[in-house]
Write a protein that binds this ligand. Structure first.
Ligand code: FDA
Length: 392
């Protein structure tokens, strides 16, 4: 069956696809927005614990990981957090800053999806939700997209089906498959913003499940001062999720358990509290069970006054750079995002169009641009969606 002709077809009604569709629609273009899920923006709905951390006021290109570190700069500069905040304000959605520039809705994340859908309707966008896409082909500069046995045609196709994280929610590698089909390279994908798993050799730490502490976690040159959480499988919490995006298999991550101590603080403790033990000293700064585990691992016995300075110095150094060697991560089932994706080398940073395949655009998480935790991934989705929506 032959369907309609559209100026642009957007595949994926998530954060980026909704923004691209509403932008193009409000420019007067005929837009078809397709999603295999029966409702749009499912990840928006569950994001930020149901309150959607929709942007971060500290957005800057250096908070994104990509083979091309500068790629995101242009789109991010042209659609800023302030612009999204203005849109949220126009819809009367109340919000607050939680921490580190992260903006959350006061109420439900559904308000963000409703806002984007309202704006799509204002732009006269046609929706095709709840039906699988069975074919996408390109002939003579025309993209043909078949949904539910109906073939739609367009000169501009936007790939916006997101990344591979949370397959249970319907995540697929569809944009990656289509990119390959049209000859675009894909940077090796991997789970990111994901908890680490620890092996049996770290059973002592795994038994701390539920304990958290503010630490500095490091992987390579990346360092994040935030909460770390021990789980029955390993390490989670914002600090660990952040470094997971930079972590390479079979390397160690390093944790500073006492970021507010400096110099020879433990020797100072020995002088001022000679009767204290390492465990009680740590317990003044860390949760009791963590203090106990660290003291047990460090094997510094008895009162500090009786310990040799060399032993205390070594303990001090280890506490500032505790090495964990994760045996893996919890994978896409638990990852907040996918790192890697459609290579930025073949996309225009201004328009998101593939340089060698006219009319093919890629946006959002499907592209090799991965933000830090804290609203950065949505800001990338909005900004890249806006860039494509203005260019199609
Ligand atoms: P997104 O995943 O939003 O949308 C892709 C769409 O494509 C979906 O609607 C999907 O159904 C559709 N699709 C997939 N395959 C298809 C196919 N084969 N055919 C048709 N349609 C298909 N980020 C942030 O900044 N702040 C936050 O608070 C959070 N919180 C958060 C929590 C959890 C649990 C997760 C998993 C992720 C987050 N994120 C986040 C990350 C954020 O959700 C993510 O980066 C963006 O949603 C990416 O937007 P996209 O539009 O690229 O993909």
């Amino acid at each position: 069956m032959s369907g309609s002709k559209f100026d642009v077809i957007v595949l994926g009604a998530g954060a980026a696809g909704l923004m691209a569709a509403l932008t193009a629609g409000q420019r007067g273009l005929r837009v078809l927005l397709i999603d295999h899920a029966d409702e749009p923006g499912k990840k928006i709905l569950i994001s930020g614990g149901g309150r959607c951390n929709f942007t971060n006021i500290h957005t800057a290109a250096d908070r994104y990981i990509s083979e091309n570190a500068h790629f995101a700069r242009s789109a991010l500069a042209r659609y800023t957090p302030a612009e999204f905040i203005a849109l949220v304000g126009k819809h009367g959605i109340a919000w607050h800053e939680k921490t580190l520039g992260q903006l959350f809705c006061d109420g439900s994340a559904r308000a963000i999806v409703d806002m984007l859908m309202f704006e799509c309707r204002e732009g006269g966008v046609t929706f095709a939700f709840g039906k699988p896409v069975s074919a996408v082909d390109l002939t003579d500069g025309v993209y043909r997209v078949t949904v539910d046995g109906v073939e739609h045609r367009t000169p501009s196709l936007v790939l916006a089906t997101g990344g591979l994280s949370i397959p249970k929610m319907g995540a697929t590698g569809f944009s990656l498959e289509l990119a390959r089909k049209f000859g675009l390279p894909v940077v090796q994908t991997r789970p990111a913003l994901v908890p680490f798993t620890l092996g049996e050799d770290e059973a002592l730490f795994r038994s701390l499940s539920g304990v958290s502490a503010e630490v500095i976690a490091r992987a390579g040159k990346a360092a994040f001062r935030e909460a770390a959480l021990f789980t029955h499988r390993g390490l989670s919490g914002p600090a660990m999720l952040q470094v997971s995006s930079y972590w390479e298999h079979r390397t160690a991550i390093h944790v500073d358990f006492l970021p507010d101590t400096a110099g020879d603080w433990l020797l100072e403790e020995k002088r001022t509290r000679p009767k204290a033990t390492l465990r009680s000293t740590l317990a003044r700064r860390l949760p009791e069970r963590l203090a106990e585990t660290l003291a047990e691992r460090l094997a510094v016995e008895g009162e500090l006054g009786n310990c040799r300075d060399t032993g205390l110095k070594a303990a001090q150094e280890r506490l500032a750079r505790w090495a964990f060697e994760p045996n893996g991560t919890e994978g896409y089932a638990k990852a907040e995002v996918m790192a890697g994706g459609i290579s930025t080398r073949v996309l225009s940073q201004k328009t998101m169009e593939a340089s060698k395949v006219p009319g093919l655009f890629a946006i959002g998480e499907a592209v090799d641009v991965t933000g830090w935790l804290g609203g950065y991934n949505f800001q990338w989705a909005w900004a890249s969606g806006r860039a494509a929506g203005e260019a199609v």
